[in-house]
Each structure stands twice: as structure tokens, then as C-alpha cells.
Design a protein around this ligand. Structure first.
Ligand code: MG
Length: 314
């Protein structure tokens, strides 16, 4: 008898319900770039709630300080996380431990010290250093290992951020060392000039390199967001979408998106090609995460579907 079916091909193994990870704020977008980026604690909580209702089952958060700049202060994270849990009890919350503005381990690990209802379910773990257009995300092997160990010790699941195939090698080495353990969830981020390109060839190569037990989602940077999201939906992967990676709704860069608009579009496209949307509790089950405290699921994608006059997939 086959205990695990992750190595069976599609369609012998049906596609899982689609997990939508909403990256709603990020490090870079500011109010001067788009009024729709949530930056205050209350804005982030309100926007997370809208995203959950629209179909997101993971909320990827970055905290900002009183001036709207990125902060790693765990007290701000605690306010955001507890506020989101009150409104969306079962949603999976992923906190950033990014090295883009701050690469000292202690600051990046601050959010991993939160406990109780303020503890994030997941935290981002970028598996190598890389260049963005105007800055660099520095992630030394030592800091990556220390963050991964701290996450494991505190039962926080890494959102493995993978920008090229070398970072998949890094993931495999951490698995081999026993530093990374199940459950495995990774995001493939494509479309920066300095990383893997946003093409079907690149995404296929990366997925082919992933161990079978890895749950994966794809994200495109900027105008590649939608293309990579659609590729992931077709290939049986999951999706990361949101203003963190892309502030526009259209390729002409004329329409500034809200996070809710971006998620609703994914829900519509997924419904058209038969991918059902995972609720938060279903996403927890698929990824092997503990069920959170109490809450009834507030993820209500059917509401989003009705608004677009499409019938939700049952
Ligand atoms: Mg992030």
C-alpha cells in the first residue's frame, strides 16, 4: 500500500485545493507609490480581513513603524498578528524575517520569539543572497541556518523563499542536515533581472528540482505576477499574490491594484479552470500545519465569486 502519494503524477493524484498566500505590504511599497498598500497596524488588519474573505488562506505580513518604514520590532508584529486572529481566527499568518533592510540575526529573529496568540504560524526564510533593482537581500549560510533552527525550535514553519535553483540546493542541504523538517512550503519567486526569469521553462525546471514532499507556490515580481500565478494554477502549485510583489493591476501600469482585487482575479481564473480554493482550515490540513485555536473559518471565497457572477467550484 502506498503511504504517500506525492510522487504520483497528475491527474492520478488530483490537484490540491489552491492555497492563496496574500503578500499584502512588503518592504518597499509606500503610500506615495500606491494609496492601497496597508502600512499601519489597523490598515494591515483590515486589509488582511478583506483578503481572507476574498479567498486568501495565508497572510504574509511585514510590520512598519510610525513613519511607515519597515521594522522588525516584535511588539508591532504582535499587534498585527493578534488583530488579524481576532477577525480571521483560522488564517495562516506568515511573518517576514527578511534580510533586505536588516541582516543581523538578532533583529530578524525578534518576531520568532512571540508566543501564544501572537506567535506567527510561519516566517519567511530566504535561502540565499540576491540583488533587487535598488538593494540587496543578504542571507549568509550561517544566518539562514540560525533562523531555520530558531523556527524549528519554536514550531514556526518556514516559508522558504526561492529565487533560483541554487536556493533549492540550499533547501536540500538543510533537509539533509535535519535543520529543515516537515512540513515543507516554498515560494518560487521569478522575474527579477538578477534571478530566475519569469518563463514557463524556468518555473518547470525549478519545480522539477524540488523534492516531492515540498508544497510550492509561485510568485512573479512586478508585471510577471499574474503570469507566474497562472502557471502555478495550471501546474498544480499554489499562488502568492499581492502588493508586496506588484502594485499594479494591469500591464500598462495605469491601474493601481488593491490586494483584494488581485486575489479576486486569482479566484476567478482558478474557478474557470477547475481549481477549487482552499479555506484556511483546508490549507492547514494540506500543508500539515496545526489547526489554530478555535476559530471558524472566515475565508469566504464564494462571496468573491458571486460578486463576479461566477459560480464557485463545489
Ligand atoms: Mg516578504
Amino acid at each position: 500500500m502506498i503511504e504517500h502519494d506525492f510522487d504520483l503524477p497528475h491527474p492520478v493524484r488530483p490537484y490540491p485545493k489552491l492555497i492563496i498566500n496574500a503578500a499584502i505590504t512588503g518592504m518597499i511599497p509606500a503610500k506615495k507609490d500606491t494609496p492601497h498598500v496597508p502600512v499601519t497596524v489597523q490598515e494591515i488588519i483590515d486589509d488582511a480581513h478583506r483578503c481572507c474573505r476574498a479567498g486568501a488562506s495565508i497572510i504574509h505580513i511585514h510590520a512598519r513603524d510610525k513613519n511607515g518604514l519597515p521594522t522588525s520590532d516584535k511588539k508591532v508584529y504582535a499587534e498585527i498578528i493578534e488583530g488579524i486572529r481576532q477577525r480571521c481566527p483560522d488564517v495562516i499568518i506568515c511573518a517576514s524575517a527578511s534580510g533586505r533592510r536588516e541582516n543581523a540575526f538578532e533583529k530578524r529573529a525578534d518576531v520568532l520569539n512571540l508566543e501564544g496568540t501572537a506567535k506567527p504560524d510561519m516566517a519567511s526564510l530566504t535561502l540565499g543572497s540576491l540583488n533587487f533593482l535598488k538593494d540587496t537581500s543578504i542571507n549568509s549560510p550561517e544566518v539562514i541556518e540560525k533562523l531555520a533552527i530558531k523556527m524549528r525550535e519554536n514550531s514556526i514553519v518556514p516559508e522558504l523563499e526561492i529565487f533560483d535553483t541554487g536556493m533549492i540546493n540550499a533547501a536540500k542541504m538543510l533537509v539533509r542536515k535535519g535543520i529543515l523538517q516537515k512540513p515543507f512550503y516554498c515560494n518560487l519567486l521569478l522575474g527579477l533581472p538578477f534571478t530566475a526569469s519569469a518563463t514557463l521553462f524556468d518555473i518547470a525546471c525549478m519545480v522539477n528540482e524540488l523534492p516531492g514532499e515540498f508544497h510550492w507556490a509561485a510568485a512573479g515580481i512586478g508585471k510577471f505576477q499574474l503570469n507566474m500565478n497562472i502557471a502555478a494554477i495550471i501546474m498544480g502549485g499554489h499562488v502568492r499574490v499581492g502588493i508586496e510583489d506588484n502594485i499594479y493591476y494591469d500591464n500598462e501600469r495605469e491601474i493601481l491594484a488593491t490586494n483584494e482585487m488581485l486575489i479576486k482575479r486569482i479566484v476567478r481564473i482558478a474557478a474557470e479552470i477547475g481549481r477549487e480554493i482552499a479555506t484556511s482550515s483546508q490549507a492547514r490540513q494540506i500543508l500539515g500545519l496545526n489547526s489554530s485555536s478555535s476559530g471558524d473559518v472566515k475565508n469566504d471565497y464564494k462571496w468573491a465569486m458571486q460578486e463576479s457572477n461566477l459560480r464557485p467550484a463545489d
